[in-house]
Design a protein around this ligand. Structure first.
Ligand SMILES: Cc1cc2nc3c(=O)[nH]c(=O)nc-3n(C[C@H](O)[C@H](O)[C@H](O)COP(=O)(O)OP(=O)(O)OC[C@H]3O[C@@H](n4cnc5c(N)ncnc54)[C@H](O)[C@@H]3O)c2cc1C
Length: 637
């Protein structure tokens, strides 16, 4: 299959403007004749649904939570990037573009990244207009802080709850449209299949999570803003409900899945504390603005941190990367934390932790300033660990956090299935092999507020749409597929809980496809996952019925999809014989232990086609070309 990215050519600065001019428009009076389904009401889906309705389209918006306000986006802590250059510290759209392409280890599409950097300016204006309470300096200007992989301060924030404030902004815009009747909201409704008619996305099959009713919804285009799939690893920083079902089932209907193995491991999370833990907690990257990362200089030093004198500490990030110090990108910081712990220098009971220490900044700035910047994060840490980070350093360790992979989309954010658009973390778009901190919120809102509302009109204006209803064979087939999967899960009547299978799958993924990967390990994982998947279908125990609120059944369907996705992730990781960004194959590293790319053979987005459960997927390649930021060994020294 020829993958056409529809990426414009010519000077990069004007590509998006020229592209927009060439897109067909839908006359304002005609917009109300179209219906668009938006699945997801997080920052991506919520902003898209509100913006599309504002333009005049009819929008049906779905989420599985009881309110759009509870989308996982609400958990985002640290901030959102924008090249406003308020600090006059040398930032520009071009620098944000450059940092993002380099930070992604040269595995993203240049045209998309440049557009994202440009739109970052509009996002801040839009959100300020909505009343999002960004932190301000004494002068009244919006304040900025720094995030990894950048030497400028371009991250806008609202204490440690930026996602919540941005989501409230998008939610208010969405509620306004709901109030005006332009958006019909379907909370507690889970998409379980995509309806494809004559090769085009025309609707979805859903299950009402309260009554269990399975029904179909029809539209002229379908947008998925359904978030990331990190939870395939079980223990992650994501909300427990995050899952891959919407994009995975769309994949099974023909949508290509791109770069599934590009997972991000966040360096600053509260370490795992016990076998029965079901969730990990992020300590925002913003803390690395003022916190210093260190370990004792000698192995298995059991002294309390306050007893270890300065000369016996190793501030290893500052030592190895003097230019970026504690603000190296996440992949680099995570690998280094693992390396020092593997050497026996880790701290805490398990030895799988390093210190993040605020002593110096508290001395320099005072505890009140630190509290103002990160108070809620410090409280969260204190409640979980019982330790006071104002008095002793935090203990942190890397954990699975975000996925750069997702459904393949072109420059218009349309998948290879015409009429199926994918936005936010659910698509593979702009971050390459490693996302820079504070860039996910930027991308989700760029997609939802600014890109999709422009591009979707071109598709609608260029096509004719026959009416589709429940009698169509494709609809009946999709509905009976959903009924069959639900029945099969309930009928298994096995002995083990859904969670126990999920935990076992997650451990396989972390052990063999986590922070460090090898060909042997990945091959081994691929011998473990299929039999466990088979066993799952015959031995899983799902209590209750399908005609009621049944969280065990909800989880069971999501974990079934995680099993199939896990296999694809391992195959992709095995196929990519190089290291890049978060994908670290131990066989491919520089003498200093950094990721060694192979641009000659792997400068492409790997877009996989589904061929059947347990069947090898089909690889399609979208070659990546770099006209502006020329691939080099990333250096943060
Ligand atoms: C702890 C944490 C902190 C973070 N901090 C930052 C930060 O400071 N800065 C930053 O840039 N990024 C941050 N991120 C990443 C960022 O929060 C996410 O990438 C982003 O919010 C994802 O937004 P989204 O709209 O794509 O998905 P989500 O917010 O996850 O929304 C998904 C939506 O899809 C719906 N949905 C999913 N599946 C279905 C289905 N099958 N049927 C119906 N509805 C469905 C859900 O109900 C929800 O409404 C953080 C992530 C975590 C985990």
């Amino acid at each position: 299959m020829e993958l056409n990215s529809n990426s414009p050519s010519g000077p990069i600065e004007t590509r998006w403007d020229r592209h927009r001019f060439n897109l067909k428009l839908v006359n304002p009076a005609n917009k109300r004749k179209y219906t668009i389904i938006v699945v997801g009401s997080g920052l991506a889906g919520g902003s898209a649904a509100a913006s599309l309705a504002e333009l005049g389209y009819n929008v049906d918006c779905f989420c599985f939570q009881d309110s759009p306000r509870r989308a996982h986006s609400i958990a985002a802590q640290g901030g959102i990037n924008a090249a406003k250059n308020y600090h006059n510290d040398g930032d520009s759209v071009y620098r944000l573009f450059y940092d993002t392409v380099k930070g992604g280890d040269f595995r993203a599409r240049e045209s998309n990244v440049y557009r994202l950097a440009g739109i970052s300016l509009n996002i801040i204006d839009q959100c300020v207009g909505q009343g999002v309470p960004f932190a301000r300096e004494y002068s009244g200007y919006l304040d900025n802080r720094s995030f990894g992989g950048a030497q400028v301060s371009r991250t806008f924030y609202s204490r440690g709850q930026t996602g919540q404030q941005l989501l409230l902004g998008a939610y208010q815009a969405l509620e306004r449209q709901i109030g005006m009747g332009a958006v019909k909201m379907f909370p507690r409704t889970e998409m379980l299949d995509l309806i494809v008619v004559d090769g085009r996305a025309r609707g979805i099959v859903t299950r009402d999570l309260i009554t269990g009713k399975i029904e179909s919804h029809f539209a002229d285009a379908v947008v998925l803003g359904t978030g990331g799939y990190s939870n395939v690893y079980y223990l992650t920083t994501n909300a427990k409900g995050c899952n891959a079902t919407a994009i995975w089932r769309a994949h099974k209907r023909g949508a290509l899945f791109a770069n599934p193995c590009f997972t991000q491991i966040h360096p600053t999370c509260i370490p795992v504390s016990g076998e029965y833990q079901s969730k990990l907690t992020l300590m925002s990257e913003s803390l690395r603005n003022d916190g210093r990362v260190w370990v004792p200089a000698t192995k298995r030093d059991k002294r309390a941190p306050s007893q270890i004198p300065e000369a016996e500490r190793d501030y290893y990030l500052e030592r190895k990367y003097p230019s970026f110090g504690n603000l190296v990108p996440r992949d680099v910081a995570s690998r280094n934390a693992k390396a020092v712990c593997d050497e026996g220098l880790g701290v805490g009971e398990t030895g799988l932790a390093v210190y993040l220490d605020f002593r110096d900044s508290i001395q320099r700035l005072g505890a009140s300033v630190i509290k103002e910047r990160y108070g809620n994060l410090f409280d969260m840490y204190n409640r979980i660990t019982g330790e006071d980070p104002y008095k002793e350093p935090m203990r942190i360790y890397p954990a699975i956090h975000y996925v750069m992979g997702g459904l393949w989309v072109d420059y218009n954010l349309m998948s290879n299935v015409p009429g199926l658009y994918v936005i936010g973390e659910a698509n593979f778009s702009d971050h390459g092999a490693n996302r820079l901190g504070a860039s996910a919120l930027m991308q989700g809102l760029a997609d939802g507020y600014f890109v999709l509302p422009n591009t979707i009109g071109d598709y609608l204006a260029s096509n004719k749409f026959d009416k589709v209803d429940a009698s169509h064979a494709a609809v009946r087939e999709a509905e009976s597929n959903v009924h069959a999967v639900t029945r099969k899960l309930l009928d298994a009547k096995g002995k083990r809980s859904v969670d126990s299978y999920h935990r076992e799958l997650g451990k396989i993924m972390w052990d063999y496809c986590g922070m460090a990967r090898t060909a042997d390990g990945l091959k081994h994982a691929l011998t473990l996952i299929p039999p466990l998947r088979e066993q799952y279908w015959s031995d899983v125990k799902v209590l209750g019925s399908g005609e009621e609120l049944n969280q065990s059944l909800e989880k069971a369907g999501r974990v079934a999809d995680f099993f199939e996705l896990a296999e694809l992730i391992c195959r992709d990781a095995l196929d990519r014989n190089e290291s890049c960004g978060g994908h670290f194959r131990e066989e491919y590293q520089t003498p200093e232990g950094e990721a060694a790319r192979d641009d000659e053979h792997y400068a492409y987005a790997a877009a996989w086609g589904f061929q059947g459960v347990g069947q090898p997927p089909l690889l399609h390649k979208e070659p990546l070309t770099f006209e502006y930021v020329h691939p080099s060994q990333r250096s943060y020294k």
